[in-house]
Design a protein around this ligand. Structure first.
Ligand code: COA
Length: 257
């Protein structure tokens, strides 16, 4: 349980709201646990016909909590990492997921969108996946899904250079479906969710299963997770996390790879 993710059921819609504004909604282990529980609830409850993912503030999420990453890097991580349950929940989800994204969507904040079926963004949305800047690698099956969605050249620039994608470009590249004014974002996403909830759920679920190879996605996640876990323990990553905590730029030339 955490107050940093709110789960609300309103008729056929289950809404998961990221709510840790003072830390830009950076995702802790407990928050991944709450998100994973929410997806499981949506999967199990016949009355739920659509999931809505949103944030309570002007930032979607700054990605994984870097303090948590630093702890894992130092060998002091939690006994159970809920991120894997969350990611596999996304891989297996066959009910529609709608996302409303305003402001920053860093790392998993962007890669989770590859598992959402309708993404609404504002012009101020900034999608970034600076994995290599943190001495890490892509996750959430994004090494497969990102290049399938936007092509290798753009995907590589996102991962390796950490280039941001704004809301308008995200729609042009097919990372999002609707460009919406900030004040209209949540109403638009909710309207899309309600429209989907009116559709025949059997056909919706079958369509999503046909459009996504869930087994391949899960397999890719596992392959990425193994490399990601190694990278987390690397001296390069330790330098990246230290630099973030010390509010300075990392110096990778001084550490062994
Ligand atoms: N993990 C932990 N804490 C984070 C965080 C993260 N991913 N992102 C932001 N925060 C914290 C900051 O440490 C700061 O805490 P403090 O007030 O106790 O010092 C607070 O959230 C506000 O962040 P700040 O950096 O002051 O805001 P900003 O608007 O100047 O910059 C970001 C926002 C997101 C650009 C910047 O915080 C950042 O680069 N965060 C790291 C993003 C990242 O690399 N995520 C992992 C991807 S795999």
């Amino acid at each position: 349980m955490t107050e940093h993710v709110t789960t609300a059921v309103d008729g056929p819609i289950l809404t998961l709201t990221l709510n840790r504004p003072d830390k830009k909604n950076a995702l802790t282990n407990a928050m991944y646990g709450a998100l994973a529980d929410g997806l499981q609830h949506a999967h199990d409850d016949k009355a739920i016909r659509c999931v809505l993912l949103r944030s309570s503030s002007d930032c979607f999420t700054a990605g994984n909590d870097l303090g948590d990453f630093a702890a894992i890097s130092a060998g002091a991580g939690p006994a159970e990492r809920h991120v894997n349950r969350f990611l596999h929940g996304l891989a297996a989800a066959d009910k529609p997921i709608v996302a409303a994204v305003h402001g920053l969507a860093v790392g998993v904040g962007t890669t989770m969108l590859l598992h959402c079926d309708v993404v609404c963004v504002t012009e101020q949305a900034r999608l970034t996946t600076p994995f290599v800047n943190l001495a890490l690698v892509p996750e959430a099956a994004s090494s497969l899904l990102m290049q399938a969605r936007i092509g290798y050249a753009r995907a590589y620039s996102l991962f390796a250079l950490g280039e941001p994608v704004d809301g308008k470009t995200a729609v042009e590249w097919g990372l999002a479906r609707h460009l919406v004014a900030p004040e209209a974002l949540h109403a638009k996403a909710l309207a899309v969710a309600h429209t989907l909830a009116e559709k025949p759920i059997g056909a919706l679920r079958a369509t999503k299963r046909l459009m996504r190879d869930a087994a391949l996605i899960a397999q890719t996640m596992d392959r990425e997770s193994a490399v990601f876990a190694e990278r987390l323990k690397s001296p390069e990553a330790a330098e990246a996390f230290r630099a973030f905590a010390e509010k300075r730029a990392p110096d990778f030339k001084r550490v062994a790879s």
